[in-house]
Design a protein around this ligand. Structure first.
Ligand SMILES: C[S@@+](CC[C@H](N)C(=O)[O-])C[C@H]1O[C@@H](n2cnc3c(N)ncnc32)[C@H](O)[C@@H]1O
Length: 241
């Protein structure tokens, strides 16, 4: 098993900033904005993005939310110093009725007193090691407002299993994680991202995520598989009960 810091420190050695050119995750980012965030009926909105990378999603988000909501609060954390500093060189500038606050820290180390309508976690949860998962779910719950929503995006479990069967050199190890008396499969593996680099993360059973968030005070509102040019991800939308 890797230690907690390994998963964000690996971003200091790859080229995640190439996201600006390759537009990786643009499809799922736009989907989340259109299908969930812009559907909030109110004149204000608050969003926390866990592991915001170089701020690619933040910038798209502000462009769309800026036209629709009067008051906007965007907050997020990013512990990779390379990614964080890349964002800080060209940060998002917002109007007076909007607030943006960023933290150069891991999610568990981030301290904010804001309550959010949405918390997004786009391809970040597979970087959390098993001993920080329950604390992470409880913290997400405590940071959401009444009926606030948590949007989780991970690579589709079955799609990744198939890929690891076909490309055996991407496999690292199999683990078992226990939750409430049940056992779930976890696979540590490489992801080779064109023009960006090779990363390590965990693939966990879908049933694990459902169990984890149900047992931490969430209800599943929607689960959707999306095909982004052949790469399949799963989007879960959980609501705070
Ligand atoms: C695959 S990238 C995704 C970035 C961004 N969410 C996006 O979709 O463009 C994963 C990000 O998670 C961050 N990360 C890793 N461990 C983290 C942690 N414990 N807390 C917060 N972010 C973390 C990494 O530094 C990296 O920027």
């Amino acid at each position: 098993m890797k230690n907690n810091n390994f998963f964000y420190q690996q971003y200091d050695k790859i080229n995640w900033e190439k996201q600006e050119k390759t537009k990786i995750n643009l499809f799922v980012n736009n989907f989340i904005i259109k299908e969930y965030l812009l559907k909030k009926k109110d004149s204000s909105i608050s969003v926390f993005d866990i592991g915001f990378g170089i701020g690619f999603f933040f910038k798209l988000l502000y462009k769309s939310l800026g036209k629709r909501y009067k008051r906007i609060i965007l907050e997020g954390c990013e512990p990779s110093s390379k990614n964080y500093h890349y964002y800080v060189k060209k940060p998002l500038r917002v109007r007076k009725t909007a607030i943006i606050k960023t933290f150069p820290e891991t999610f568990l180390d981030t301290k904010t007193s804001t309550k959010f309508d949405f918390i997004t976690c786009i391809y970040v949860f597979p970087h959390f090691v098993s001993n920080e998962i329950k604390k992470t779910a409880a913290k997400i719950h405590s940071m959401l407002s009444e009926r606030g929503k948590f949007i989780l995006v991970v690579a589709n479990e079955k799609y990744l299993e198939e890929k690891l069967r076909a490309k055996k050199d991407l496999f690292i190890e199999n683990n078992i994680i226990g939750l409430g008396g049940r056992k779930y499969k976890e696979i540590l593996h490489y992801s080779d991202i064109p023009k960006i680099g090779k990363l390590i993360d965990y693939n966990r059973e879908e049933a694990f995520y459902l169990h984890l968030f149900r047992s931490n005070g969430f209800e599943l509102l929607e689960k959707k598989d999306l095909n982004d040019s052949g790469f399949i991800c799963t989007v879960f939308v959980f609501e705070k009960k």
